[in-house]
Write a protein that binds this ligand. Structure first.
Ligand code: GLN
Length: 228
């Protein structure tokens, strides 16, 4: 079985775990560095990115998360707050926080792009899921205080965009045609919406396909004070 670690500090980790199990994988909730051992992929769920970063710092997890990602031999998928974790650049501004991040995906992200909690919404968007053989692929996308990708750098594949309707532009007071909401850069995947809150397994199946070729993680870091 392919073993996937799901960062379980806060947020929608249970839903991700059950999706991974439905795809035939083994899901492990990650609360300490040692639990990452043997994982081929890791999911950073949605939640609140500043809170998650604070907990990860307090629990001494950042070094292990970095080591897991940096070797480039494992897969990492961030949804929503997880996308913020994986972004190389966060648009600066009052709403942006200033939390510690992992980075890795060459994109500029705007936090809470669509507004606050009451502006959360669900819609259907066209998407391109690598390896998915259907034509004209669409998926249900749930945006909860979601971030959006404003700029995409080199080596980043765009897998989905959200097109703003005239109504939406007016409501948000912006004049932007579209924003990127799903990307892949080699072993890294990020979506600003939440496939784990739908019954659609295709994004998790994609991540399982990506992780299949990845090397099970073995930390080289000294194992001191890793378990709380
Ligand atoms: N807006 C949240 C943040 O900045 C992310 C929201 C989510 O993950 N549903 O962390």
């Amino acid at each position: 079985k392919i073993k996937i670690g799901v960062l379980a500090l806060q947020g929608s980790f249970r839903e991700h775990c059950s999706m991974i199990r439905r795809c035939g994988g083994e899901a492990v909730e990650i609360r300490s560095a040692s639990q990452l051992e043997g994982c081929q992929g890791m999911i950073i769920p949605g939640g609140e990115s500043t809170t998650m970063a604070n907990i990860a710092r307090r629990w001494n997890l950042f070094d292990a998360l970095r080591e897991f990602e940096d070797e480039g031999e494992r897969c990492v998928w961030g949804t929503c707050a997880g996308l913020i974790f994986l972004a190389d650049r966060i648009e600066q501004g009052a709403k942006q926080g200033g939390q510690e991040l992992l980075g890795g995906i060459n994109v500029d992200v705007s936090r809470n792009f669509f507004g606050s909690q009451i502006d959360s919404f669900e819609t259907t968007i066209p998407c391109d899921i690598p390896g998915c053989s259907e034509n004209d692929v669409k998926c249900r996308a749930i945006f909860i205080r979601a971030p959006a990708i404003k700029k995409v750098g080199e080596n980043v594949e765009v897998l989905a965009k959200y097109y703003l309707s005239e109504e939406k532009k007016k409501e948000m007071g912006v004049d932007i045609e579209s924003v990127v909401v799903a990307v892949k850069q080699k072993n890294l995947l990020a979506t600003s919406f939440h496939p784990e809150l739908t019954s659609d397994l295709r994004w998790h199946e994609l991540f399982m396909r990506m992780s299949k070729g990845c090397k099970p993680f073995q930390s080289k870091l000294a194992k001191v004070g890793e378990d709380r």
